[in-house]
Write a protein that binds this ligand. Structure first.
Ligand code: BG6
Ligand code: MG
Length: 221
């Protein structure tokens, strides 16, 4: 992919790309769905990747039309889910970056790429601080900045704007189908970390974060 070398910036999704928090989102929802008696597994969880907390609950409730909750009960579940999630990621530190990602960030910095986060999460800044990636990544566009979650491209467009880079000069690194769609809609080059089956619409698909690091070191020298 020679085009990669001509790009100016990389926008990283956070959950499941830089840290393993995607799994903790799943486990936190699982506590709630088990209690409500709603069947929810890793396959269903794929649909929650990249979408907002509120949209995630709406999706989960769509799996169980027999469950009726008032707006207050929904709000209480959203708060509870986030409390469980925050508790589960509270131990994250600089060693929590996924395999290869520190290497990848350092490599991109050495080659003068601008770096940003593009995440639907309202907790992204908390993680950036705890895992100390603010050493390499100064620009964050997250769930507190946007009106529309992925697959809408808004979170990536805001990141490009803040980096002062044209959208077409950006590469997006994503583990969610919705994020890949958003990146493609924005006219950015998308790299999917996951399976061809889930992320086949990305311009490049690599199986895991170590393979991503190897890929960029091979293509950007
Ligand atoms: C995204 C995750 O990064 O953030 C989604 O992929 C999650 O699964 C979304 O729902 C919102 O996260 P938060 O931390 O604001 O509840
Ligand atoms: Mg993700």
């Amino acid at each position: 992919m020679t085009k990669l070398k001509q790009k100016k910036a990389f926008i990283f999704d956070m959950d499941g790309v830089l840290v393993d928090s995607a799994h903790y989102h799943y486990l936190s929802w699982k506590v709630i769905t088990d209690r409500l008696g709603i069947a929810f597994d890793l396959e269903a969880n794929e649909n929650l990747k990249g979408i907002s907390r509120t949209e995630s609950l709406d999706y989960i409730l769509s799996l169980a039309p027999e469950v009726h909750l008032s707006p207050e009960e929904k709000q209480a579940l959203l708060t509870e889910k986030n409390d469980i999630y925050l508790d589960s990621i509270s131990q994250m530190d600089k060693d929590s970056l996924l395999p290869g990602m520190q290497d990848a960030l350092e490599h991109l910095k050495e080659h003068n790429y601008k770096l940003a986060i593009g995440s639907s999460s309202k907790n992204a800044r908390y993680i950036v601080k705890n895992v100390k990636i603010d050493r390499w990544i100064k620009v964050v566009s997250d769930g507190t900045d946007i009106q529309r979650s992925k697959p809408d491209p808004q979170v990536f467009e805001i990141a490009a704007d803040r980096l002062d880079v044209a959208k077409t000069d950006c590469v997006v690194v994503e583990d969610s189908a919705s994020g890949v769609t958003g990146a493609n809609t924005a006219g950015m080059l998308s790299i999917g970390i996951g399976t061809e089956e889930q992320l086949g619409h990305a311009h490049v698909v690599v199986p895991d974060t170590q393979a991503f690091a190897d890929y960029i070191k091979q293509h950007i020298r």
